[in-house]
Design a protein around this ligand. Structure first.
Ligand SMILES: Nc1nc2c(ncn2[C@@H]2O[C@H](COP(=O)(O)OP(=O)(O)OP(=O)(O)O)[C@@H](O)[C@H]2O)c(=O)[nH]1
Length: 246
């Protein structure tokens, strides 16, 4: 029995655009595709955009989920999303980027890291390649420590700590990112192998151990500045990222 106050038309419009994905705990509700025209190098590129929400409640009665949105204070929490390009479901080859949110690099264009460069580069690679998906992972800020802690880590880094030492100094592990939900969404959108754009072997491992088949890896080096030289070196020397020449 429904207890909702939703207008029937709202549900009618939305119901075919929502999918339930069973998660390890609760459910992921995926909404999309939504046509998203994006400016890329002066051109307008049409992506298909999906966004997802985790809920404890597992139901295909989407009315219940929609009905709770207005009181769920979702703007207080980030939600992750994925930009899809081309025939992602069926194409033989597809590029995938699992991009960890970086408020400073992606939004402000900070040169202390290479995140902004990697974000744009992965979108361009996908479009050039013809098919792919860019996952924008909103609970990954600061390799999983959150924005406020990342600000503190930056203060430590201004005082001699490297990026790994700063996380550890604040009581975190170096990298606590989890790719589980993104992998579940990826599996919903495509079952064929993908090429992962990354220098990070932990991302490759996360996908492989979830049973995904990778057809390759596309390196993501670039965006070097006078401000991020040590940061990029530390990624290779301490975090295990695969260097340019390997
Ligand atoms: N804690 C912390 N996080 C940072 C710092 N600089 C960037 N980040 C975060 O690091 C994440 C990106 O991780 P990276 O190690 O740069 O790259 P990666 O995603 O592991 O690997 P690639 O796929 O090769 O890019 C983003 O969530 C950023 O917010 C920093 O100095 N300290």
């Amino acid at each position: 029995m429904s207890t909702t106050n939703l207008e029937p038309k709202v549900l009618e419009v939305l119901k075919d655009k929502i999918q339930l994905i069973h998660a390890d705990e609760g459910a992921i509700y995926l909404v999309g595709p939504i046509k998203l025209p994006v400016e890329l190098d002066g051109e307008t590129v049409i992506f298909q955009w999906y966004c997802w929400l985790n809920r404890c409640k597992v139901t295909e009665n989407y009315e219940e989920i929609i009905d709770q949105l207005s009181s769920a204070r979702l703007a207080e929490y980030q939600q992750s999303s994925v930009l899809v390009y081309g025939d992602f479901k069926n194409a033989d080859e597809a590029l995938v980027r699992m991009h960890s949110i970086c408020h400073t690099g992606d939004i402000f264009g900070s040169k202390k890291c290479d995140c902004g460069f990697q974000l744009k580069k992965s979108m361009k690679n996908i479009v050039e390649h013809g098919t792919g998906a860019l996952f924008y992972l909103a609970n990954h800020e600061g390799r999983g420590i959150g924005l406020f802690s990342k600000a503190m880590a930056y203060v430590l880094q201004e005082n001699g700590y490297d990026t790994v030492e700063a996380n550890i100094g604040l009581g975190f592990v170096d990298d606590s990112r989890n790719y589980g939900d993104a992998i579940k969404v990826l599996e919903t959108l495509r079952t064929k192998p993908v090429t992962l754009m990354t220098n990070n072997p932990k991302k490759i491992e996360a996908l492989k151990s979830a049973g995904l088949v990778l057809s390759g890896r596309e390196p993501m080096w670039g965006g070097k500045t006078e401000f991020n030289e040590n940061y990029l070196k530390t990624k290779i020397q301490r975090s295990g990222h695969i260097g340019e020449t390997k």
